[in-house]
Each structure stands twice: as C-alpha cells, then as structure tokens.
Design a protein around this ligand. Structure first.
Ligand SMILES: Cc1cc2nc3c(=O)[nH]c(=O)nc-3n(C[C@H](O)[C@H](O)[C@H](O)COP(=O)(O)O)c2cc1C
Length: 344
C-alpha cells in the first residue's frame, strides 16, 4: 500500500452524494442544522459536465460550503477535462464514484463497476489529481459481484474478501487519494435494484475497521446504515469520519443533534428556528423560479419520531405545496405544530 499521508481536513461527518436528494436546496437546509459536515453533490457524470450547462449543473451558494463535487467517469480524459471545467466553481473537494451499482452507471463502466478495473481507477484518479490542486477522494465498496455484467470476456468478476479489497487499494493508493469513503456493503451489479442493494448483502463494518487498523495512515471514512448519534460516535473511535446517506432525509433533525459530537452539552437549533432560518431562503429561491418540490423536500422529515410527525408531513406534502402556498405553509407550521417540540 502506498504510504501517502494526506493532510486534508476530515470532518467527523459528511452527507452522502444522493441522486435526486442531495441537491443544493437540500444542502442549504442541512447547513442550517450543521455547520461542520462536508456536504456532497449528487453524482454528476463527466459527460454531463463536458456537454451540459455548467451553471445549471455545478452552481451552488457559498453558504452551503464546504461542498464536495462527486463525479462519475469511465475514462481519465473525460475526468480531467470535467475537473478543468469545474475549477471555476468553489468546491472544497472532488470525489470519484466507484460505488454506484445502478445499471445505467455500471453498464458504462462507471460507479461500482469501475472496481473491476483497478488500473483504470488509478488512471482516472491520477488525471483528477493532475487537473486540480483540490483534494481528490474516492467512494467505493468493500467488494463487488459483477457476475455476467462487466467485461464479459474476462469471466465473472467477484471481489468479496479483504484480500480482494487490499489488492484493489494497493493499485489505487498509488494515485494518492486524499480520503477513502468505504461503503461497507458489496455492490451487486446484476439482479438487484440499487434500492435493494442498500439492504442486501449484509453490512460488514469490521472489514472497514480492519482496513483502518492495518493501514492507519490511510484517511478512511465509513458509510452504510448509520442512523444514530451513538452509532456514529462509536464508529468515530475506529475511523476518521462517517458518511450519512438516507438518515439525512428520513430523519433530518439527526444533523442538528450531531453537533453534540463536539460538545455533549451543546443545544442544537430548535426545529422552529430551523424553519425560520429556511423561510427567507425559500422566498429568495421562489423568486428566482426554483422548483417548489425540491425546496419543500428537505424539510419533510423534520418531525420524524415526534408527536405530530404525520400532520407535519401532510401539511407540507407535495399535493398541498404550490408556488404561492409554500411560504404560508412554512409559517403556519410554526403556529400549528406542538410548541414544546418546535422550540425545545
Ligand atoms: C436516493 C439515493 C441516491 C444515491 N445516489 C448516489 C450517488 O449519486 N452517488 C453515490 O456514490 N452514492 C449514491 N447513493 C448511495 C449513498 O451515497 C450511500 O452510499 C448509501 O445510501 C449508503 O448509506 P446509508 O446507509 O447511510 O444510506 C445513493 C443513495 C440513495 C438512497
């Protein structure tokens, strides 16, 4: 393993790249609750950057920062050119997606399928390093099952043990990535939907902890299934960071509570104050013509697990939310939701 010791800052937590979820309104909302977490963009393909409207695809507000841009690429040249174009946007880090099992992505030898070709991953990461001085990171799985899908002429490609993972990282580490986000579940590239592949096969945290123990100079962030302050606290005793995916939209107030990672006695912003901070942003964005449903989505789970959660979701449901009703609904939530929970 290449002994490269990165000096980049690794926040204790990050919010995962998630297509259709981690858009800029979601990130702004997350940032109200948590000032420290590194927030990822949705995955953006290098081709989209090369051929698309950059302001539309890459624009974000300074207040969202720090933000990491995640790209998906299948060759070094595209990755290099895409990063050159992204330079004008102020992303803190750039991440390569080697974890997505979706057919659309893996069929093009992107995402998790890339793990079947460690030399190609090395080439892409090296090109990314050459294109920018920003930290370059990788998000990958502990293994893949590519039976019958990737590089069919090479037979079945299955990486399902610690030795296979080390073999992959041995080559990849030569490109000196600044952080490895390891999703502690193998990717199944055929026969499971990406959704099912977030529950099957079982999670294997120990493999990630073992990796950090054996190569303590690697900057390792763990990902997969983290939903509570305590489980995150525990993981942080073993690795450098924890990436949170679904919990950030299924129970978003967790992000406010995660401020306690730094100081047990800290009082997180109340739900009421979070809504109050979000309203002026929503007003501004509505004026600019931003999508109302994307603006309403991040707030949906703010009362998760609390009395009134169902009523909250109903009031802010997509059938109620219209351009002219969104702000009045947000103001109304401050009146009608249980006051003790809103302001505690
Ligand atoms: C709706 C959704 C979209 C996702 N899109 C991406 C993506 O664009 N890039 C990526 O690397 N992973 C993507 N993932 C995977 C997450 O980043 C994360 O690895 C996975 O959800 C496991 O973490 P969790 O158990 O905390 O949710 C997505 C997950 C979800 C639920």
């Amino acid at each position: 393993m290449e002994k490269y010791i990165s000096n980049i800052h690794t926040p204790k937590i990050s919010i995962a790249p998630m297509v259709d979820k981690s858009h800029r309104h979601f990130r702004y909302f997350c940032r109200i609750m948590n000032k420290e977490a590194l927030l990822y963009t949705e995955m953006v393909t290098a081709q989209a950057i090369l051929n698309g409207d950059l302001d539309k695809i890459l624009y974000f507000r300074e207040e969202e920062g720090p933000v990491a841009l995640q790209i998906a690429a299948s060759n070094a040249e595209d990755a290099y050119k895409a990063l050159k174009l992204a330079e004008e946007f102020n992303y803190t880090e750039i991440n390569l997606n080697c974890g997505c099992p979706s057919d659309r992505v893996s069929g093009n030898l992107m995402g998790a399928a890339l793990m079947s070709d460690k030399n190609l991953v090395y080439e892409i990461l090296s090109a990314m390093k050459e294109a920018t001085n920003k930290p370059i990171t990788i998000k990958h799985r502990i293994g893949i099952d590519g039976t019958g899908v990737i590089q069919p002429n090479q037979g079945n490609i299955i990486m399902d043990g610690y030795e296979d993972l080390l073999d992959f990282l041995d080559t990849v580490s030569k490109a000196k990535p600044d952080r490895y986000t390891v999703h502690a579940r193998s990717a199944i590239l055929k026969g499971l939907s990406p959704k099912d592949n977030r529950e099957i096969p079982p999670i294997d945290y120990d493999m990630v902890y073992r990796l950090k123990k054996d190569f303590d100079y690697l900057n390792i962030e763990i990902n997969g299934g983290f939903k509570t302050l305590d489980s995150i606290k525990d993981a942080l005793t073993k690795v450098d960071g924890v990436m949170i995916g679904r919990a950030s939209y299924e129970d978003c107030y967790l992000l406010a509570n995660l401020n306690k990672l730094n100081d047990e006695n800290i009082k997180p912003l109340s739900r009421g104050d979070i809504i109050k901070s979000y309203i002026p942003y929503v007003e501004e964005e509505l004026e600019k013509g931003s999508n109302i449903h994307s603006l309403a989505a991040p707030i949906q789970s703010l009362f998760q697990g609390q009395p009134g959660s169902r009523k909250f979701k109903q009031l802010i449901s997509s059938s109620n939310v219209k351009r002219e009703t969104l702000v009045p609904i947000l103001n109304n939530l401050l009146e009608v939701m249980p006051q003790d929970i809103l302001w505690k």
